[in-house]
Design a protein around this ligand. Structure first.
Ligand SMILES: Cc1ncc(COP(=O)(O)O)c(C=O)c1O
Length: 394
């Protein structure tokens, strides 16, 4: 058998170097680095928890965003009932790291993945849930549980996904009944409710545009509930919602659980949305620390390119110093220019703080984030937060 590749030495050394920063000032953090402003993150955490509590709704934040067991546990310590993930491997990583309630809010069809999940259902204290939108997935899930020797009834919670407007996974309202009946017929499965998430509504910039999309989601959920109720089926819960939409779902009277994820870090793309009048204020809490490594008359070059941050939802915004714009300089470089003639280019070695365009895929590029207490410029490193499920894409 081939020996596993040696991932160890470099990663361990980088982890240790990060640990050695604890207690030191932000200026000691090597670049490029993913940095969490812990004060801002905790304010975001509390504001969303307060919102859900005030509305009497369950909060199950999406951990696909941070992929960190520590942050999942922190969210649960502040009232979240559990977390969502999108992939079965993410679920297993978080469960192994002690997260006690994990919902895969996505379809899983591969027998090998369902086998691993079923073994975890059998062996681990974690409560698992999963979404389905097809008969094969339900049959394979029940079969995998059977093969794993899971004998308890209602061993896993199953949500039937309705396509509420995104046009991705999920079935039309009229097709949900057959799937729900199939779930109910399997003793190892517990019909837990409906998965209803409108992804593409999240980043529509104006409140009115988002409202129009979400009105259609509500109509789809209402129609599904009517069909199921007419068949004598009680739907225990409707779960869904993201950072761009949760206010609307929360006031609908239909959703009982909110799945927003990005609120914890608030990326540049979400900040470009017109704020919903009923939404709490969320602050940027995830930053990339970079430094200037080359300068010319017209621009400066920093050491964070798109291997440090995802660019699918736009380039990072330069947060500090003010007055600079970031252009993509390739894998390892960013090109900084002044936004107007009164601005000044930063000097060689100067620190650049940036807000990533999209937090989820940015986090997935890093093994850990440095937790900073007391502000970006004058703060101290408090702890290093492992991103255990980074790369867990299966
Ligand atoms: C099913 C599901 N629920 C909730 C979310 C959370 O969305 P956000 O991170 O935009 O708040 C996502 C994100 O893509 C998702 O796919």
């Amino acid at each position: 058998m081939n020996a596993p590749p040696e991932f160890g030495a470099g990663a361990r050394e980088r982890w240790q170097r990060a640990q050695d920063l604890i207690g030191q000032s932000a200026s000691a953090i090597d670049t490029p680095a993913l940095v969490i402003d812990l004060d801002a993150m905790e304010r975001n955490l509390a504001r969303m928890a307060d919102f859900a509590r005030a509305k009497g709704l369950r909060l199950r934040p999406h951990a696909k965003m941070h992929k960190s067991a520590e942050l999942a546990r922190l969210q649960m310590a502040h009232g979240a009932v559990g977390v969502c993930v999108q992939k079965s491997d993410e679920a297993l990583v978080l469960a192994h790291a002690g997260v006690s309630d994990v919902y895969i809010s996505n379809e899983v069809i591969a027998p090998a993945k369902l086998a691993r999940l079923s073994q975890a259902v059998r062996d681990m204290p974690t409560r698992f849930a999963i979404a389905v939108d097809n008969t094969l997935g339900i049959a394979r899930l029940a079969e995998a549980l059977h093969h794993a020797g899971v004998t308890s009834s209602a061993a896993i919670d199953v949500f039937v996904e309705v396509d509420v407007g995104h046009g991705r996974c999920g079935v039309a309202p009229a097709q949900a009944l057959a799937l729900v009946q199939q779930v109910i017929a399997q003793p190892s499965l517990r019909f837990a409710g409906l998965q209803a998430y409108h992804g593409s509504a999240q980043h529509r910039r104006g409140v009115a545009e988002r409202d129009a999309a979400l009105a259609a989601s509500e109509a789809a959920v209402r129609e599904t509930l009517t069909i199921l109720n007419a068949a004598g089926i009680t739907v225990p819960l409707v779960t869904g919602a993201g950072t761009g939409s949760f206010v609307r779902e929360a006031s609908s009277g239909l959703w009982g659980e909110l799945q927003a994820g990005s609120y914890l870090f608030m990326d540049a793309d979400y900040a470009a949305n017109e704020a919903d009048p009923g939404a709490p204020t969320f602050e940027h809490a995830l930053f990339l620390k970079s430094q200037v490594m080359s300068v010319s008359a017209a621009h400066a070059v920093c050491d964070a390119g798109h291997k440090s941050h995802a660019i699918d939802s736009g380039l990072p915004r330069v947060w500090l110093p003010e007055g600079l714009a970031y252009a993509n300089g390739g894998d390892e470089h960013g090109v900084l220019s002044v936004v107007d003639e009164t601005g000044e280019l930063p000097a060689l070695g100067e620190t650049i703080w940036m807000v990533p365009g999209h937090c989820d895929p940015t986090v997935n590029l890093h093994d850990f984030a440095i937790g900073l207490r007391g502000g970006l410029d004058v703060g101290q490193v408090e702890r290093v937060i492992a991103i255990q499920a980074r790369g867990a894409l299966g």
